[in-house]
Write a protein that binds this ligand. Structure first.
Ligand SMILES: *Cc1c(COP(=O)(O)O)cnc(C)c1O
Length: 220
């Protein structure tokens, strides 16, 4: 796999779904990847990346951003409220707005800082107790709550349960987004991004298929 392979698979999936070319953005998920691999993808011209940890992103992206113009980094992992201010300085978008407390914190920071990253609300489509996200039946009310706080909500995000057919979850997310007038759909990973595109994904989060398998961090 490589960046060029994934880009062409995305283009095919867009065409197969009757969608406009380049209507899907590829978020290259660079978490845990060695810097040399990330730099190679930057050198190929790609400019949109995803990270799942604030600390890890802080350790690599300020330097990469200095060397590569117009680079965008999205947070795709959970955000603790005590790291929200730091996240404002690091990320162009946050895909994991998953609870009222975080919405209130982001709204306060947006006032203080005079700007706010684009936001996606994470929906726990599989209603898995161990997984973050707003329950599907609470999503409409939470979208309204975020809008009342003036937060720039651009769309919804989901991570389907590993054991289930992801298309059911993608379809559910698309339905919730449509009835709330939201255009952004952050869904689809290395194993299922084509199915996500068929169901309307605007942002696919692809890691290992772009960079190669993640090298697991040494266990503590
Ligand atoms: C790691 C991660 C991805 C990318 O996973 P791959 O299977 O490597 O494509 C996508 N989304 C989230 C939320 C992740 O944490």
């Amino acid at each position: 796999m490589s960046l060029a392979d994934i880009t062409s698979r995305i283009a095919k999936a867009e065409a197969n779904a009757g969608r406009a070319a380049r209507s899907v953005q590829l978020i290259a998920v660079s978490k845990v990847q060695p810097n040399a691999r990330v730099q190679a993808v930057l050198d190929e011209g790609h400019r949109l990346f995803g990270e799942n940890k604030v600390q890890e992103a802080a350790g690599k992206w300020p330097a990469f951003r200095q060397d590569y113009d117009s680079t965008f980094v999205h947070l795709i992992g959970p955000l603790q409220t005590n790291k929200a201010r730091q996240a404002f300085g690091l990320f162009d978008a946050i895909h994991t707005l998953d609870r009222p407390k975080l919405a209130n914190t982001l709204a306060r920071l947006a006032q203080e800082e005079g700007h706010c990253p684009d936001l996606f609300i994470q929906v726990n489509t599989g209603e898995e107790p161990q997984k973050a996200g707003i329950a599907p039946r609470e999503a409409d009310a939470f979208v309204a709550q975020c809008r009342a706080l003036d937060l720039p909500v651009k769309g919804l995000m989901c991570i389907p349960p590993v054991e289930e057919e992801p298309s059911l979850h993608f379809a559910l997310l698309a339905k919730i987004a449509a009835r709330n007038g939201l255009e952004g759909l952050s869904m689809g990973m290395s194993g299922d991004f084509e199915r996500a595109i068929a169901l309307g994904a605007t942002h696919v989060r692809v890691g290992s298929a772009v960079f190669g398998e993640r090298i697991p961090p040494a266990s503590a």
